[in-house]
Structure formats: structure tokens, C-alpha cells
Design a binder for this molecule. Structure first.
Ligand code: ARG
Length: 590
């Protein structure tokens, strides 16, 4: 083994560890004190700042600068530390040792399995509930965000070592089926159901819904068919299966284009058998009671309900007056199933922010039922069109996902052709189509994932498909640049290993950036924020570009050349892995 100290640990974890130890020893404390380690924004203040001395000063009633200076004395002895200084009222600025940092990078380069992203100490079983569109309705841009975000979360959580189950919780059991069954009899076009299933189902559903409003007999027969379906009537079940299968074909085509897969497709219908038991249990436990024939949870009547909900007058309804079960009922059953069947420690719901209140109530009820599994709503904002309103077509209709992806590929094809004509891109004729796909789909995904997920964002094709700035093509371009450097050097990118030397300032800043990759991936997975990875990749690409502009790589000699190639290879590997964690493909040559 080399000289790498604590290489199996994340960088921040390692530094935090040694800082805590230093604090304890410097002050002869009986236990560890938090070091409060943060990366610095400005390199003049070192690489990391420690705020722990300030916090301790209060509890120990000693001047903060005195504590900080005791800490500095201890830290300076550590091989990881080049310089530690007291700053301001009692911060400590930490500069890492170049050789120590370089040894970690060499180790990351040798880690061909994970590029230096180490697994968590305690892996969990985590269900990620994502995409989850509704049968007979067109998948819209909201489902696109859930699909892209959820897929990235699955990849991130898996990368850090968790057992992850990606589950598509299809809306396949709601009231729409009563309307569809009677509607298809009335207006259905069997041929269209085969050629364009979602359009046909949507058309019939809309007709049915409109008719049901005016025609009580029609509405009644729709309800009767739904009840028949839900009690297992074979004819209606066959029709339902037919609708679901037809929709699945359209969905599968979209998922294939997006390169998104699921481990499970447990839609709402999968829990049907459990529903009577669920409501019976709620009744028995005194969590739900009847109100005007419906079974409801009244938060104000439950002493252990969270205070925030207790104020809510509206009940959480779990069974309607006519006996029908609801979205809430299947969601409760789903939680119990995930706990008992998958033995999940966590369940994550990637669903738009407008459903926040539903999940608040659902999670509170689960807790009152004694569920200890961690339940998290990973919400997200809307995608806006030009006028700052939710994205729509020029006719004011919801944008269809398939059309949006078509447009992404067409626009990227155009950009590629332009750049080839200008001579700025070197994509061979036969690779153009695949590149247009990787760039177009990659741009759609990256734009979404680079945002803080809770904010709304504006759809802007020109900014998305750009070889400059914080956009997927810029990162893909930098990856291809790395590959071409290795091609010119006639070296194997995949197996290249060397220890970098962090001599020049631009080598050092690139090295420090590279060293943070593991921390970044872990943080993104922990807080369900893929944009943390996107940010890193963008800063990495910028840092690499600056280094590449200033210093020759292939023109250098001996150890300097090997060192620069090592930095280059690690940059390429992180760009590829990082983009992969966002579900974005790289292009080998462009
Ligand atoms: N089908 C729902 C919708 O389109 C989303 C389902 C989310 N998952 C869940 N377990 N509730 O709004």
C-alpha cells in the first residue's frame, strides 16, 4: 500500500475526524467536540475552515482565539495538514498538505470500481417511488421531472452502497376506470387503442367525464362498473388489463429513450387486497372514524397527531361513502407493504410539491400506526414556459413528453451540424445520430438536475443545448477532450495510473476539486439533491479548462507529464461517473 492515510474514508470525514481528535487532545476534553468543518469559498483562507473553537469557547468560557490556537498547534503535527492558522475572532483556516492530497488522488485513480466514492458504513434498504404516471392520461412534464430526479436518486443511493428498489407506483386503479369501461363501449376505437393507446384512452376519458357531469345515469353506470372491477369481475378485469397493457407500451418507449428502468412496477392496483384490512386497522386503533358515511382521520381529535396537523379542520379521508378506496388508502397499504415485504429502512417519494400536504398527512398517519421506516417526500417545482407559466404548447395544451424529447434531439442535431460546419466539433458522420441523442436527452436531464429541485425553472432550449456554461454538452465536450488527449498520447485512458504532483496553482486547485468528488456524491445522495453533483461537475470542467489552457500536458516531460495525465484521467473519470449518476451519457469523441 502507498502512503495514503485513511483512504477508505471520505475526505471531509477524515478531516473532521482528525480535527475532533485535535480539539479533544488540545483541550483535554473527556469527549469529542464537533469541529464544524466547512470548505472555504476563497482559497486565500485555505482549503477548509473550522468553526468548532468558536462554539466551544461559549461552553468552556474561554476566549475563542485561545482555543483556536491550541487547536492549530495540534493540527500542524498531522501529515494531512500543511498549514493551520487562527483567523478572525477564532476560526481556524486549514490548508491541506500537497503530497497527502496527491496520494489520495492516486488512490482514487486506482479505484476503477468507484473512482474514489466509498460505500457508506451502514447500508440501508431504500425504496424510491418515482415517475408514477396515471393510466389513460398523458405523461406530462411533471412526470418528466419525477422520472429524471428519481432515476438520478436511485443511481446516487446505489453508488454509495445502499440496496435500492426503484418502484413505479402507477396510478392504475382510480375512478377513471369506471368511466373508461363505459366510455370505451360508447365511443371506443379499437384500432386507435392499439396504434395510439394513451391518446385514445385520454380522449374517451374526457368524453366520459363530461358526460358523467350532465348525465346521472351514465355516472351511475360508471361507478357500478368501477365497483365491479374492484370486486374482481372477470370481464372488467380483462378490459382493465387491456388498458394498462396498452399504456405500458407507450410508457416503455419513453423510459427506453430516457434510459430509465424500474425494479418494481407496483401500481395502486397491486395493493387492492390489502385495503379492507387497512381501513379496519385504522378504525380499530381509533385513528379513523365515520363521518357522514365516509371513513375519516380527524387530526384535531388525535392527541398524538403532530401539532401542525391538529389545526387542520379538513379530515384525511380513507374510504368514501360508497365504500370506494382512495389514493390515500393505497398509499397507506403501500407503506405497510414496503416495510413488511422489502424490509425497507427508508421510502422516498419523488412527487411534485403540490402533493406536499398529502404526504404530510400520510406520513403522520403511518407514524401513528407505529411505522418506524423513514418516509421522505422529495418534492420539486414546476417547469415554466416563456411567459413564466407552466410549460404548455402554443395551443395551450400540456406538452407531451415524447414531443419534447423529439424536439430536444432535433435541436441538438441542428447544433451539431452547425458546429461541424464551423469546424468546432469533430463528430464523424456515422456518429452524429447517437451524439444528437446523447446531447439532446442529456441536456433535458441535466438542465433539470442542475436546479435546486424545489425551484421552478424556465425551459430555455438555447441555454440547455450549449457547449458553453453550465450545460450538459459543455461537460460532455470536456470529457471528449480528455479522451482525445489520451488518444493522442497513445495511452489507455481506462487503466492509466500515476501519482499527481500538485505544483502549479492550477494543478493544485484542480486536485483539490477532484479530491472532493466522494464527499459530493455522498452529500447529494443524503439530501436527495442531484444538483450538488451537477455543480461539482461544472466547477471541475471549468477548473480543468483553466489548467488545460495554461499548461501543456502532452508537451511536458517525465513525472510532470505523468502527473498532468493523472489529473486529466481523473477529471475524465469523474465527469463520466458524475454524468452517469445524473443519467447523462458521455460521448467518446466530439
Ligand atoms: N400517480 C400520482 C400522480 O400522478 C403520483 C404517485 C406518487 N406516488 C405515491 N406513492 N403517491 O400524481
Amino acid at each position: 500500500m502507498g502512503m495514503c492515510y485513511a483512504c477508505g474514508m471520505k475526505l471531509e470525514e477524515t478531516l473532521d475526524d482528525l480535527s475532533r481528535r485535535a480539539l479533544r487532545e488540545a483541550l483535554s476534553l473527556s469527549e469529542d467536540a464537533p469541529a464544524l468543518l466547512r470548505p472555504t469559498q476563497d482559497p486565500r483562507f485555505g482549503d477548509y475552515q473550522l468553526n468548532g473553537a468558536m462554539a466551544l469557547a461559549k461552553s468552556l468560557k474561554r476566549p475563542p482565539r485561545e482555543i483556536a490556537s491550541a487547536l492549530v498547534t495540534r493540527l500542524t503535527d498531522d501529515p494531512a495538514v500543511a498549514k493551520a492558522e487562527v483567523a478572525g475572532p477564532g476560526f481556524v483556516n486549514l490548508t491541506l498538505d500537497d503530497a497527502w492530497l496527491a496520494a489520495r488522488l492516486a488512490e482514487d485513480l486506482r479505484d476503477h470500481e468507484a473512482d474514489g466514492v466509498h460505500p457508506v458504513a451502514a447500508p440501508e434498504t431504500i425504496v424510491v417511488d418515482f415517475s408514477s404516471p396515471n393510466i389513460a392520461k398523458q405523461m406530462h412534464v411533471g412526470h418528466l421531472r419525477s422520472t429524471i430526479l428519481g432515476d438520478s436518486l436511485v443511481r446516487l443511493l446505489r453508488q454509495v452502497g445502499h440496496r435500492v428498489i426503484g418502484d413505479n407506483h402507477l396510478g392504475d386503479w382510480g375512478t377513471q376506470f369506471g368511466l373508461l369501461i363505459v366510455g370505451m363501449r360508447e365511443w371506443g376505437d379499437e384500432a386507435k387503442l392499439v396504434s395510439e393507446p394513451v391518446d385514445e384512452l385520454e380522449r374517451v376519458y374526457k368524453l366520459g367525464k363530461a358526460r358523467a357531469k350532465e348525465d346521472e345515469a351514465f355516472a351511475e353506470s360508471a361507478r357500478a362498473e368501477l365497483a365491479k372491477l374492484q370486486s374482481g369481475d372477470p370481464d372488467n378485469l380483462a378490459l382493465w388489463k387491456h388498458f394498462v397493457a396498452a399504456t405500458r407500451k407507450t410508457l416503455d418507449a419513453i423510459y427506453e429513450r430516457l434510459d430509465v428502468t424500474f425494479d418494481e412496477w407496483l401500481g395502486e392496483s397491486a395493493y387492492d387486497d390489502m385495503l379492507p384490512g387497512v381501513v379496519a386497522a385504522l378504525r380499530e386503533k381509533g385513528l379513523a372514524r365515520e363521518d357522514d358515511g365516509a371513513l375519516c382521520v380527524f387530526w384535531g381529535e388525535l392527541p398524538d397527531a403532530p401539532p401542525k396537523l391538529k389545526k387542520s379542520k379538513a379530515p384525511f379521508i380513507v374510504q368514501k361513502r360508497d365504500g370506494a378506496f382512495l389514493y390515500s388508502t393505497t398509499d397507506i397499504a403501500t407503506i405497510l407493504y414496503r416495510r413488511d415485504h422489502f424490509e425497507a429502512d427508508r421510502s422516498i417519494y419523488v412527487v411534485g410539491a403540490p402533493q406536499a400536504f398529502h404526504f404530510q398527512q400520510l406520513f403522520a398517519l403511518a407514524e401513528l400506526m407505529g411505522v418506524t421506516m423513514r418516509l421522505e417526500h422529495v418534492g420539486f417545482g414546476a417547469i415554466l414556459g416563456d411567459e413564466g407559466k407552466v410549460l404548455r404548447t402554443s395551443e395551450g395544451k400540456a406538452v407531451r413528453l415524447a414531443d419534447l424529447l423529439d424536439e430536444a434531439e432535433e435541436r441538438s442535431l441542428k447544433r451539431i451540424e452547425e458546429a461541424r460546419a464551423e469546424g468546432t466539433l469533430r463528430i464523424a458522420e456515422e456518429d452524429v445520430k447517437a451524439a444528437a441523442r446523447a446531447i439532446g436527452i442529456g441536456a433535458v436531464k441535466y438542465t433539470d438536475l442542475a436546479q435546486n429541485r424545489l425551484s421552478d425553472y424556465r425551459f430555455d432550449w438555447d441555454r440547455m443545448i450549449s457547449f458553453k456554461g453550465n450545460a450538459a454538452p459543455y461537460l460532455q465536450y470536456n470529457y471528449a477532450r480528455v479522451r482525445s488527449i489520451f488518444e493522442k498520447a497513445e495511452l489507455d485512458f481506462e487503466t492509466f495510473e500515476a501519482t499527481p504532483q500538485l505544483v502549479e496553482p492550477l494543478e493544485r486547485s484542480l486536485g483539490l476539486r477532484l479530491a472532493r468528488f466522494g464527499d459530493v456524491v455522498h452529500r447529494a445522495a443524503e439530501v436527495a439533491e442531484p444538483h450538488v453533483v451537477a455543480e461539482h461537475l461544472y466547477e471541475l470542467a471549468r477548473s480543468f479548462s483553466a489548467f488545460y489552457k495554461e499548461h501543456t500536458i502532452l508537451g511536458a516531460e517525465g513525472e510532470t507529464r505523468a502527473s498532468r495525465l493523472a489529473l486529466t484521467a481523473l477529471t475524465g473519470r469523474q465527469l463520466r461517473r458524475g454524468l452517469g449518476l445524473l443519467g447523462v451519457d458521455v460521448i467518446e469523441r466530439m
